[in-house]
Ligand binder design. Structure first.
Ligand code: HXC
Length: 286
């Protein structure tokens, strides 16, 4: 469904694009013809990432910018640099995030603030600067926000700052999708379930047994592949989705549905054993 020029003519900034899902999206967008800007805090990581993006690219270029999304002035400066380097900026992916496991009663105010600053204020900072540029220039553009499956109805224990920050980002997505539709600016979100990346796994999946429990909650029986997420992101950022705005697309192999009241029955035996059991109940008139 994609062609090699699906994103030709685009210049997209991906925050936290030096590794993990951000880098996977950067490579995918570059392979579809988009110029790529990535930013992060660690120059060495960004430098290496740009080499990989250039290898994947289809006649487009990539640059990195050392910037912390929490620093509004640096984001203003960086977006001006991107526009000077590429001539314009057409898209933004708010991907940079912070997270760690903690009992909420043990969180320090600084720990709560660090994550909410990166996730919520960082996404606001980039969105606000980019949005103002588009509005001032009379250009249309696209913003994609990475949230989580726990941003919406459930929240999540042990990752309180992330849950609060991501819920805010989702609300920002919907609020601005309405407010900025008049300017031709689309905002959407992706809520990934478990996609194993070094940064997330190191902080969120303490050991093998936690990993097994995590996996057992996913009805698809496997983790997500970065390429699957990158495809979805490319679609939402492309001209294939001009009428989609304010949407949050979940990509999680069904993990978020694990609360279904009778879903646990699946864990009581093999599918054949369960079928035999249901039949027996039925024959008994149950
Ligand atoms: C408790 C912690 C902590 C931990 C840091 N803090 N790590 N508290 N448990 N494990 C506290 C510190 O003590 C400090 O509090 C405050 O947080 C700030 O810490 P710093 O290290 O000074 O901050 P900073 O260098 O800005 O680092 C921010 C960070 C860090 C969020 C804490 O982990 C980070 O840079 N993360 C970026 C990458 C990342 O987290 N990736 C995973 C995203 S995955 P005091 O009180 O001393 O100020 C994700 C996906 C979710 O979000 C979905 C998964 C399925």
């Amino acid at each position: 469904m994609f062609t090699e020029d699906t994103l030709a003519g685009e210049t997209i900034l991906i925050t936290g694009g030096g590794s993990g899902l951000g880098l996977a999206m950067a490579k995918k967008f570059a392979s579809l013809g988009s110029n790529i800007a990535i930013c992060g805090r660690t120059e060495e990581k960004l430098q290496k990432a740009v080499e990989g993006i250039e290898e994947a690219s289809n006649d487009s270029s990539a640059k990195y910018y050392v910037a912390d999304v929490r620093d509004y002035e640096r984001i203003q400066e960086m977006i001006s640099e991107i526009i000077a380097d590429f001539g314009e900026m057409t898209g933004l992916v708010n991907n940079a995030a912070g997270n760690f496991l903690s009992a909420s009663e043990d969180l320090s105010p600084g720990g709560f603030k660090a994550v909410v600053d990166i996730v919520l204020h960082g996404s606001f900072n980039c969105t606000h600067v980019f949005g103002n540029y588009l509005i001032d220039e009379g250009k249309e553009g696209n913003i994609l926000n990475m949230v989580t499956t726990y941003s919406e109805s459930t929240g999540s224990a042990f990752v309180l700052p992330s849950a609060c920050g991501k819920a805010g980002v989702l609300t920002m997505t919907r609020s601005l999708a309405y407010e900025w539709a008049t300017y031709g600016i689309r905002l959407n979100a992706i809520a990934p379930g478990p996609f194993p990346t070094k940064g997330a796994w190191k902080r969120l999946v303490p050991d093998k047994s936690a990993e097994e429990k995590f996996l057992s909650k996913i009805p698809a029986g496997r983790y997500g592949d970065k390429e699957e997420l990158a495809n979805l992101a490319a679609f939402l950022m492309s001209d294939m989705a001009p009428y989609i705005t304010g949407e949050c697309v979940v990509i999680d192999g069904g993990e978020r549905l694990s609360a279904g009241q009778f879903n646990f029955i699946d864990k009581l035996g093999s599918r054949e054993e369960l079928k035999a059991f249901f039949k027996k109940m039925h024959n008994k008139g149950g």
